[in-house]
Structure formats: structure tokens, C-alpha cells
Design a protein around this ligand. Structure first.
Ligand code: 13P
Ligand code: SF4
Length: 301
């Protein structure tokens, strides 16, 4: 019998990759789909931390990352020994970590969050009177502290893609629009960008905002996130003027180099069983990382 292969793709992959997938989604949706997949092989057209999460949640499946180079700057900017020391310097705090983190990082965390549930989970912890430290995304943490008046100590890594969005390029872009203009943004963007956004949320959240947009059709909607999801937005609402937010004048060019390593050839090879197998995590490492992920999943369901 041939193996059952399930292919997952994140919104940041190219349109031709998304069309090869059984499921396209944000980090939370893809984690849940991977956990429940009846599959011998899960091909994860995304980045390594996503494939690791899929393996942790569905250890029976062979999880394959099409290209071994698909990392994430939030992972590569985080030294685990330094993170452990930082975590130990706040012994009475709850450590909340963004899902964009390695399995080792997750194992040093009390809760995992995605951009979809981070607001609710941290609000829940504060409501219980907990003190919280947040890692690894400094921009996301700064936004949460600003938006809700928290005082969370923050780890200092950034998404190298979203961190390029900036106020000056946005001001210039807004000034060039004669009619109405909106900005929707992913919370990995810098605080000054998020402070002027009409909506801040996950990739799915932004897509839903676009789908349900009821305003002037002539308005310009700037989208501060990776360019892959513009495909889904244009598909959903071809009647809207959706434009990726610039990182400098005239540039709509902000792309994640790691997501874009998922080429058609690499995904096809992975579907045939080749590519980077996520088989290097020990059962103990997976158990330790699963605990804070499952805490999040129980909260979100
Ligand atoms: P979400 O799709 O969960 O919003 O996350 C985006 C992301 O950073 C993927 O790298
Ligand atoms: Fe990581 Fe940023 Fe790429 Fe997402 S877009 S995988 S956060 S580098």
C-alpha cells in the first residue's frame, strides 16, 4: 500500500505551492491539522519550527521539511543557553513563548502562543495575577505591553521580514494615496507600524479582515506582512485595492527567504519521501516541548 501523504502549506509560500497542499493556513490552523492528520508522511511546506511542532503533535507520522534551510530569524537569533539563563533570572514569572521557536526553546516555556491567541492567553494569565516574561519576538511583546499596559520583560529577537516595515515608508505611501487608505499589519512588525494600523492580527486574522471588508471599494488597503498572503487576499476579494506595505519607496518586495525555499521540485520530492526528515528530536525533548503547546491548544479549543 502506498503511504498516505498529507501536504500542508503556510500562507507565505508561493501560490503554486499553496495549490499543491491539502491544507493552507496560519500557524495555529496548521498545527491542529497536523495533530489530527491520518498520515504516514506529513510534508510541511513552511519552516522548520512548524515541521517540528507537527512532529511533536503527531509523532507517529514521518514529517518532512522540503528544504533543510527553511529556518526563521526568530529561531536563529535565540541562543538557547542565554535564553535558559534569562528564564532562570525570572523564577516567579510564567514564560510565554511564541510558536516561532525551536523545540528546545519550547521545552523552556510554560505556554506557547501563536499570533492568533497571544492576546487572549496573556490576558488570561494577567487576570490570574501571574507575572509574565515573553520570548522570542521583541516587536510582538512591545506591542502587547503598549496595547494592554503590561510590563512583560522581553527577549530580543525579531522577524527579519516584518522588522523591515517602517513608519517613513508608510507615511510616504499614505501621502501618495488621494482617497481613503487603511493599514492592516502582522504583530511581528515594529511598534510604530502597529500603532498606526487599523487592524493587527495573524495571517488568518488579516485575511478575514479583508474578506469581511465593507468600506469604500476605491480605498487602498496596505498590508504589512509577507507577500505570499497577498495571493489569498486577491483571490478572496479581487474587487479591492490591496497593496503590500512598502519597506522603502516603490518597493512591494518583502518576502521571507526561508518560506520561499519551498519550491515545486522540493515539495514534490518531499511528497516522494525525500527532504529533511524531522527525526532528530528525542522522545524526552518532544514530551517537554509538547506540554506548553498542549496548554495552548486546550485553551484555544
Ligand atoms: P501566523 O500565520 O500564525 O500569523 O504566523 C506568521 C508567521 O510568522 C509565520 O512565520
Ligand atoms: Fe520567520 Fe519572519 Fe519568515 Fe515568519 S516571515 S518564517 S517569522 S523569518
Amino acid at each position: 500500500m502506498s503511504p498516505r501523504v498529507v501536504t500542508l502549506a503556510h500562507y507565505y509560500t508561493a501560490p503554486e505551492i499553496q495549490r499543491m497542499a491539502d491544507k493552507v493556513g496560519d500557524s495555529l490552523e496548521l498545527s491542529l491539522y497536523a495533530r489530527d492528520a491520518q498520515a504516514d508522511i506529513i510534508v510541511f511546506a513552511g519552516v522548520r519550527f512548524m515541521a517540528e511542532t507537527a512532529k511533536i503533535l503527531n509523532p507517529q507520522a514521518q514529517v518532512i521539511l522540503p528544504d533543510a534551510g527553511s529556518t526563521c530569524s526568530l529561531v536563529t537569533q535565540t541562543d538557547i543557553a542565554a535564553l535558559r539563563a534569562w528564564r532562570e533570572s525570572y523564577p516567579d514569572h510564567v514564560h510565554v513563548s511564541y510558536i516561532n521557536s525551536s523545540a528546545e526553546h519550547k521545552a523552556l516555556s510554560d505556554w506557547i502562543v501563536t499570533s492568533r491567541n497571544v492576546d487572549d492567553i496573556i490576558a488570561h494569565l494577567y487576570a490570574e495575577g501571574k507575572k509574565v516574561i515573553f520570548s522570542p519576538d521583541r516587536n510582538m511583546g512591545a506591542y502587547l505591553n503598549f496595547q494592554y499596559g503590561y510590563d512583560m520583560p522581553l527577549w530580543s529577537a525579531v522577524c527579519e521580514v516584518h522588522d523591515k516595515f517602517n513608519e517613513d515608508a508608510l507615511n510616504e505611501a499614505f501621502a501618495g494615496v488621494s482617497g481613503q487608505a487603511f493599514l492592516i499589519a502582522h504583530p511581528e512588525s515594529p511598534l510604530p507600524v502597529l500603532q498606526r494600523a487599523d487592524y493587527v492580527g495573524s495571517t488568518s486574522g488579516m485575511l478575514n479582515w479583508v474578506k469581511s471588508y465593507q468600506g469604500e471599494l476605491s480605498a487602498t488597503i496596505f498590508v504589512a506582512t509577507e507577500d505570499g498572503i497577498l495571493y489569498n487576499m486577491h483571490e478572496a476579494r479581487p474587487d479591492l485595492n490591496l497593496v503590500q506595505a512598502p519597506i522603502y519607496a516603490g518597493c512591494q518586495c518583502n518576502s521571507c527567504p526561508y518560506m520561499k525555499l519551498n519550491t515545486v521540485a522540493a515539495v514534490q520530492a518531499a511528497q516522494a519521501g525525500q527532504g529533511e526528515r524531522i527525526d532528530y528530536l528525542t522522545p524526552e525533548q518532544m514530551d517537554a516541548a509538547r506540554l506548553p503547546i498542549e496548554r495552548m491548544l486546550a485553551f484555544s479549543q
